[in-house]
Design a protein. Structure first.
Length: 87
């Protein structure tokens, strides 16, 4: 157990960050699944709108430190490639 008051505060902050990060990652997974479902059913216009929101969420998560920058770039690249392959 922590002895100093600041250590308790750090534990509280870490818990808040953890829940925020988990919710952000869950949202990203949900959007990716929706995108892949649209791509597999060849609904390209809807897939483009979902992709646009997904890319902005991924970029935001990367800027906040939820996921790493290179991982974000890689996943965006793969999603774009998947959409262009279907066209």
């Amino acid at each position: 157990m922590p002895i100093k008051r600041s250590a308790y505060k750090e534990i509280r902050k870490a818990k808040k960050r953890h829940t925020r990060n988990i919710s952000a990652k869950t949202e990203l997974k949900t959007l990716k699944k929706a995108f892949e479902k649209l791509v597999s059913s060849k609904k390209l216009e809807e897939a483009k709108t979902v992709l646009k929101s997904l890319v902005s969420k991924i970029d935001r998560a990367a800027s906040k430190g939820v996921i790493k920058g290179n991982a974000a770039s890689r996943s965006i690249s793969r999603l774009m490639k998947k959409l262009s392959k279907v066209k």
